[in-house]
Design a protein around this ligand. Structure first.
Ligand SMILES: Nc1ncnc2c1ncn2[C@@H]1O[C@H](COP(=O)(O)OP(=O)(O)OP(=O)(O)O)[C@@H](O)[C@H]1O
Ligand SMILES: [Mg+2]
Length: 352
């Protein structure tokens, strides 16, 4: 058992609607779910990935750690959306040192920001499907001011940020630990959050295409606010099922379905781009994560538009879970929200 060793980390997923925290115990039998919890944050605390109210968010994080009785201070967090650029680029095969220099000198053409304003990282994905002397490289750029902002936030909450990951990679990490079969099938991992969506097409645990966009469940709230001239809080209560004289549940369902259909069209476009730009015939499996899975009609829309298996992730499946501590109903409800926090909690301090 290595629990308590120096490389132990708590996974903290700071979403724009819910923050989630996960802590695992690594045992000889496998990882055990030790702590997991989540809490809602006030609308407007995080806007377009930027922290608008540091103090209250740090208080939310501290309160969540306290309520879950988490004492570990070392955390892994992640960023995504607006300030992160992920691109697959194609370059000629060359020695590692040369590759490093080439990627840093060429990165500017792929990134819509000043190169001095971003931290760059990359990973060689493998040989290009078009030419044996070309390789595909995954290029990741994160805005420095965003990283600095999240580091300040974590310090303000009295914690130590040890790993700053990317949401899409953390989700993939959680997925890779799951006891799924058929990893050779082309699989699309989707996370629909409150303010952003990330798409990741995988085969044999290798990423083939990644896309981020700004779709999310907030679109439903915004439409309800606009149509009925009510506040975000009132719209949230109506969506949460609280009876309301102004907004009928039927209308909420209609609006939700329309938004879910627009997500589905965006996803189909990405799948089409993938299929036409590769020799692959189709995406065979779709795995959904994030609060968007709760929107009625979303899964059904994907099923009818794409000839693929569509399932909802259960990131707890790869972990040993004590049913007395975490009930079945809690696990079912929390599963779609938990994957990024669990993917982060599976990281170790010496991970890249
Ligand atoms: N049980 C539920 N029923 C209906 N909707 C839900 C439920 N749970 C969550 N949601 C919706 O999902 C949203 C939260 O999803 P999620 O936690 O994935 O977003 P987030 O990580 O905070 O956002 P982002 O990643 O975009 O910053 C909520 O704002 C709500 O709209
Ligand atoms: Mg999220």
């Amino acid at each position: 058992m290595i629990f308590g060793k120096k490389d132990h980390l708590v996974g903290l997923d700071i979403g724009s609607s819910f923050i989630k925290v996960a802590e695992l115990k690594i045992t000889g039998k496998g990882p055990v779910l030790h702590k997991f919890g989540y809490t809602r944050i006030a609308p407007g605390t995080i806007v377009e990935g930027r922290v608008m109210d540091m103090e209250s968010l740090a208080d939310n994080i501290q309160a969540l750690f306290k309520s879950q009785k988490i004492r570990e201070k070392n955390v892994a967090i992640s960023t995504g959306g607006h300030s992160v650029v992920i691109k697959t680029i194609n370059t000629s095969t060359r020695p590692e040192k040369e590759l490093h220099d080439t990627i840093y000198s060429e990165a500017e053409q792929y990134i819509p920001y000043d190169i001095d304003d971003v931290n760059i990282d990359y990973q060689v994905l493998g040989e290009s499907e078009f030419s044996s002397d070309q390789i595909n490289v995954l290029l990741v750029a994160v805005k420095k001011n965003l990283v600095a902002e999240y580091i300040d936030l974590i310090h303000l909450a009295g914690l130590n940020p040890k790993i700053i990951d990317v949401d899409t990679f953390a989700l993939q990490n959680a997925y890779e630990r799951l006891p799924y079969e058929n990893r050779e099938k082309t699989t699309l991992l989707i996370d629909v959050g409150a303010s952003k969506t990330s798409l990741n097409i995988l085969k044999e645990n290798s990423s083939l295409m990644m896309r981020d966009n700004v779709s999310g469940t907030n679109q439903i709230l915004e439409k309800i606010c606009d149509e009925f001239d009510i506040t975000v809080d009132e719209a949230e209560q109506a969506v949460g099922g609280k009876t309301n004289d102004i907004v009928s549940q039927d209308r909420i369902q209609e609006i939700s379905l329309r938004v879910a259909q627009s997500w589905c069209s965006e996803i189909c476009e990405v799948v089409d781009t993938y299929v036409t730009s590769t020799n692959d015939a189709k995406v065979e499996k779709i795995i959904l994560s994030g609060g968007g899975v709760f929107i009625e009609g979303f899964r059904e829309c994907l099923l009818s538009e794409l000839d693929a298996d569509v399932s909802i992730i259960n990131p707890f499946e790869g972990l040993i879970v004590n049913e007395k501590k975490f009930s079945d109903s809690f696990i079912t409800q929390a599963g779609p929200l938990a994957s990024i926090a669990i993917g982060l909690a599976l990281r170790r301090i010496d991970d890249k």
